[in-house]
Design a protein around this ligand. Structure first.
Ligand code: ASP
Length: 598
């Protein structure tokens, strides 16, 4: 018999029906000669029962018994039986099929499983083996309901996004995997060309160049669920290949692109959660994000803003502050309001925050408490009443508040203060997992300047339209980031569509005319053949899913991810290539050293 229902389908409405279920044996137990088996598939779990005493006339109990001897865990089986009520008191209200069971009238093992490397059933959740074991046996791990949910969620998200984009005149277009390098700030994964020995294709770091060419080609609105490849040094939550929802539009401005993304996400939100997404998203200038949150991807689910106090305490004869200020450093403060538990953070916890500050690279942490309308700490003696009053005003201090002050070189202190804010937010439970806050980071710079060499690099990438003369000091870029709960989910921008401006930006980035011609000649040339004003964005789908699903790592949202060392424990890649294959490609390998990973 063929399967009549999935394992997540049967209920009271099916009582008395003869059904055939096929799935995996998740769990079985014997109660006084009656055998209970949880039969599972992607859709759910149904209890099937071998009840020899109550079998209908003519059913061969021995044959069932014999077949069920092969019902080992995770074996694939087929059972035919009659749907009946569970014995009163044994219903499982957490399971949608939990009111009924199937009394087996015939059973068959379709494929026996070796002893599984992990428990798959929900009742055993939490005793998972190491991630490498899970990835090695990913096909078993994928049977767990958590993995099923993550992949279903991802699929639904992408199909709703696709629906919205298609309704809004976007064309889904595939771009090449084998091409030239796209500069997105990482190393390339390269593919040797057999037909052109010594030459290599690069896998795309993003479809950036091609999507811009599609605009020159008049496609007007493009999108792609695009696989991107970046060879980056191991960072805990990156993947060598990842997925972007990549978009590009012609004859638009930055706001049109942002509005389109807000429309898209509202549509997806409604479809996923049945609720309205609040739009427009907050737009926060880059400078404000650094000033108040110490990062370009602020988590705005909670307050605890950073305050710059350098000028407020400039005259205080407190050694550490004096030294830092004389070296051009900054003093940043956080007010942990008494109402947010500042008055409950005791001395021991303060000491732990001091240790944490040291781990973040700061010399330490200066702290004060507000009491009886003034500040208490062993350093207030260095502060005049006037400075204390200014400090209290700048930090909006009330009795019960706990103040943390951090001092040091600017970039490091701003970043560390941002991290300290996040830690406090986490420790005090200020960011709720089901509260999501989007924001647009706007007014971003065009270039980043290397503090050591003074060389300019692109803040996003070299195709961003500058807001003014690209040689101008601190010139901005027409670019923006989408941030969700402290995670950067994507970057977008208006692009340069004038060939000469594009050449000029390449020059500012330190490229010679020959280099520009060699690497990007084809691209600059294309801009000269009627490139329309255009811009776009790409959303990082793996991270997006991880944030919405509350996962610690993006690996939980990808069917077959690489591990932290960029290896696949499942198929053993990357692997060596036999000598004859290398010869064919005219490649010799030379292993210089093993790469060290964290
Ligand atoms: N190509 C960019 C990236 O991968 C996104 C964009 O500018 O559209 O970040």
């Amino acid at each position: 018999m063929k399967r009549t229902h999935t394992c997540g389908e049967l209920g009271k409405g099916d009582l008395g029906k003869e059904v055939c279920l096929q799935g995996w044996v998740r769990f079985s137990r014997d109660h006084g000669g009656v055998a209970f088996v949880d039969l599972a598939d992607r859709y759910g779990t149904t209890q099937v029962v071998f009840d020899p005493e109550n079998l209908p006339e003519g059913v061969d109990a021995k044959a069932i018994d014999g077949a069920m001897k092969g019902f080992s865990r995770e074996s694939v089986v087929s059972v035919v039986g009659i749907v009946r009520d569970r014995v009163p008191g044994t219903e499982d209200p957490r399971n949608p099929t939990g009111e009924v069971e199937v009394m087996i009238t015939s059973a068959e093992v379709l494929n026996r499983s070796a002893a599984p490397p992990m428990e798959v059933g929900d009742q055993k959740e939490g005793v998972l083996p190491s991630e490498d074991v899970r990835l090695r046996y990913r096909y078993v791990d994928l049977r767990r309901s958590e993995m099923v949910h993550a992949l279903e969620f991802r699929c639904k998200f992408l199909s709703l996004a696709r629906e919205y984009l298609l309704k809004n005149k976007f064309l889904e277009i595939e771009t090449p995997m084998l091409g030239r390098s796209t500069p997105e700030g990482a190393r390339d994964y390269v593919v040797p060309s057999r037909l052109h020995p010594g030459k290599f294709y690069a896998l795309p770091q993003s479809p950036q160049l091609f999507k811009q060419m599609l605009m020159v080609g008049g496609m007007d609105r493009y999108f792609q669920v695009a696989r991107c490849f970046r060879d980056e040094d191991s960072r805990s939550d990156r993947q060598p290949e990842f997925t972007q929802l990549d978009m590009e539009m012609s004859f638009v401005d930055s706001k049109d692109i942002q509005d389109t993304v807000e429309g898209l996400l509202s549509y997806v939100w409604k479809g996923m959660y049945g609720t309205e997404l609040e739009t427009p998203f907050l737009r926060m200038p880059f400078e404000e994000a650094l000033e108040k949150y110490g990062t370009d991807k602020p988590d705005i689910r909670f307050g605890l803003p950073l305050v710059t106090l350098t000028d407020v305490v400039r005259e205080a004869p407190y050694g550490i502050f004096q030294t830092v200020i004389s070296r051009g450093g900054v003093i940043k403060g956080i007010n942990v309001k008494g109402s947010l538990a500042g008055d409950r953070i005791g001395r021991n916890e303060v000491d732990r925050y001091i240790e944490h500050a040291k781990k973040l690279g700061l010399g330490g942490l200066t702290w004060m408490r507000a009491k009886d309308g003034t500040l208490e700490s062993n350093i207030v003696k260095y502060f005049t009443p006037g400075i204390i009053a200014d400090l209290m005003e700048a930090m909006d201090v009330e009795d019960g508040d706990l103040l943390f002050l951090m001092a040091g070189p600017e970039a490091q202190t701003v970043a560390a203060a941002g991290q300290m804010r996040l830690k406090l937010g986490q420790d005090l439970g200020l960011a709720k997992a089901d509260d999501h806050r989007f924001l647009w980071l706007v007014d971003c710079p065009m270039f980043e300047v290397d503090p050591v060499t003074g060389a300019k690099g692109a803040y996003h990438h070299p195709f961003v339209l500058p807001t003014g003369d690209p040689h101008g000091d601190g010139v901005g870029g027409e670019c923006f980031d989408l941030v969700l709960d402290g995670n950067e989910l994507g970057s977008g921008s208006m692009r340069i569509h004038n060939a000469e401006t594009q050449r000029e930006v390449f020059r500012i980035l330190g490229m010679s005319e020959e280099e520009i011609d060699e690497k990007f000649g084809f691209f600059v040339e294309a801009l000269g053949y009627g490139a329309p004003p255009h811009g776009g964005i790409a959303l990082g789908i793996d991270r997006f899913m991880a944030v919405l699903l509350g996962k610690e790592t993006i690996r939980e949202t990808i069917a077959f991810p690489k591990n932290k060392r960029a290896q696949s424990p499942f198929d053993g890649s990357p692997e060596t290539i036999p000598d004859d294959k290398l010869e064919e490609l005219q490649i010799m390998t030379l292993v210089i050293d093993d790469l060290e990973f964290e």
